[in-house]
Design a protein around this ligand. Structure first.
Ligand SMILES: Cc1ncc(COP(=O)(O)O)c(C=O)c1O
Length: 356
C-alpha cells in the first residue's frame, strides 16, 4: 500500500511533530512522577468530576449547538455566544484555525521555542512557519516578529505566557504589537497558562476582540488550571464572523456532553481555581529558589512550569531524571512542570543527586 502517495502534498512535506517535548524515548508514565506535560497534579474541581459522572447517562445524545456552555463562557467574558467556539482542547481550535484560514503559500509568523501545535497547524495546511527566536530573556520577540511580517504572512501567533519558556510579554507590549500588525493578518493569542500569572501586567487580551477592528482570536483551555487535560475542552473568543467561519469545520462538534457540563461546573467553582493557583505559585517559588541554589539559571515563570538551564544537555538531564522515575521536558533548555509539593521535593532531591 502506498499510503504516503495518498496523503496531501502538505502532509507529505510536513516534518514530524515536536509535540510532547520528548526526545523519542517511550516512558512508562504509569510508573513515573509526571512532570513533563504541564498537567495539573491537583486534578479538577470535585464538582466538575461529579458532573461528569452524572452527565455520562446523556452520552447517547448529541449536543450540536452546545448552547449552555457557550452562553456561560460568553457571559464570563462579557461577549455574545456568537463570539465563542468550543473545541476538544485548544489543540482542536488550532486545527480549525489552520483549516479555515491557511493554505499553500501562506506564512505563519511565530517565535520559537513555543507550543509545537502551531508549527504543525502551518505545515498541515501547506503553509510555512516563519520562525524568529525568542529574545535572550526567553520572551516572545515581538519586534522581530513585526519585522518578519511580509505579504505572505496570513497569521501571527503569540503564546502568552509562553510554553516552554514560561516567560510573558506585558499587556502594553502586546497591545502595541497588535496595533502594528497589518489589518489583513490574523492575530492569534494563546492564553493557556494566563490564569497562573501573578505579574500585574500579564493580562488577558480578550477585551481587544471588542475594542480593535482587527481579526484577533484568543485561545483558552481547560487543560491547565482547570485540571481537565484528559477531558478535552477549550474555547476561542473572536469576532462572530471568524467564529462562524471556523464553525464549518467538522471538529467544531467534537466536545462531549460530559466535557461541556464539567466545564460549566469548573467555571462555577472558582474557589478550587484559587486553591490550585496558590499551590502552583508556592511550588513555582520553591522550585525556582532550589534550582538557583543548585547553580541553574532559571527564567522567571508566570506559568505552571519552570524553564531552566542546568548547564547540562537538556535531553541528557531528561534521561537521567527518567532513571529517577521523574518525567520532565526538554527543548533548548530543561522544563519541569510544577506538581504537588511532594512531587516538587522529589524533583529537587533528584536534581541534587544528578548534579552531585
Ligand atoms: C501553549 C499551549 N496552548 C494550549 C495547550 C493546551 O492544549 P489543549 O487545550 O489541547 O490540551 C498547551 C498544552 O500544553 C500549551 O502549552
Amino acid at each position: 500500500m502506498n499510503i504516503n502517495g495518498l496523503k496531501t502534498k502538505a502532509m507529505q512535506r510536513k516534518p514530524a511533530s515536536k509535540r510532547a517535548s520528548q526526545t523519542g524515548k517511550k516512558l512508562d508514565l504509569s510508573k513515573m512522577v509526571r512532570m513533563n506535560f504541564n498537567e495539573n497534579s491537583y486534578g479538577m474541581s470535585p464538582k466538575a468530576l461529579e458532573v461528569i459522572k452524572e452527565s455520562a447517562v446523556m452520552g447517547n445524545r448529541y449536543d450540536f449547538n452546545a448552547t449552555e456552555i457557550k452562553d456561560v463562557i460568553a457571559k464570563k467574558h462579557g461577549f455574545d455566544s456568537s463570539n465563542v467556539l468550543i473545541g476538544a482542547g485548544s489543540s482542536a481550535l488550532i486545527d480549525m484555525l489552520g483549516v479555515t484560514f491557511l493554505e499553500d503559500g501562506d506564512e505563519v509568523v511565530l517565535c520559537m521555542p513555543t507550543f509545537a501545535a502551531f508549527v504543525d497547524m502551518a505545515y498541515v495546511n501547506g503553509a510555512t512557519p516563519k520562525v524568529v527566536p525568542v529574545n535572550e530573556n526567553q520572551e516572545f520577540d515581538l519586534d522581530a516578529m513585526l519585522e518578519a511580517i511580509d505579504e505572505k504572512t496570513k497569521m501571527v501567533v503569540v503564546v502568552n505566557p509562553n510554553n516552554p519558556t514560561s516567560t510573558y510579554r506585558s499587556a502594553k507590549d502586546i497591545e502595541e504589537f497588535i496595533k502594528k500588525v497589518p489589518e489583513n493578518v490574523m492575530i492569534v493569542i494563546d492564553e493557556a497558562y494566563l490564569e497562573y500569572a501573578t505579574a500585574p501586567d500579564c493580562k488577558s487580551m480578550i477585551h481587544l476582540v471588542k475594542e480593535m477592528d482587527k481579526p484577533i482570536v484568543i485561545l483558552k483551555t481547560f487543560s491547565k488550571i482547570y485540571g481537565m487535560a484528559g477531558v478535552r475542552m477549550g474555547y476561542a473568543i473572536a469576532d462572530s464572523e471568524i467564529i462562524a467561519s471556523m464553525s464549518g469545520c467538522p471538529a467544531a462538534w467534537n466536545v462531549s456532553i460530559m466535557a461541556q457540563k464539567a466545564a460549566i461546573a469548573a467555571l462555577n467553582d472558582q474557589d478550587f481555581i484559587e486553591y490550585v493557583k496558590e499551590n502552583i505559585v508556592k511550588g513555582r517559588e520553591y522550585i525556582t529558589k532550589e534550582l538557583e541554589q543548585l547553580g541553574c539559571k532559571v527564567f522567571s515563570s508566570q506559568t505552571s512550569f519552570v524553564y531552566f538551564d542546568a548547564h547540562r544537555d537538556p535531553a541528557e538531564l531528561m534521561d537521567e531524571m527518567a532513571k529517577e522515575n521523574i518525567a520532565m521536558g526538554a527543548s533548548e533548555y530543561s522544563r519541569i512542570s510544577i506538581g504537588t509539593m511532594e512531587e516538587n521535593q522529589l524533583f529537587i532531591e533528584a536534581m541534587k543527586k544528578i548534579l552531585g
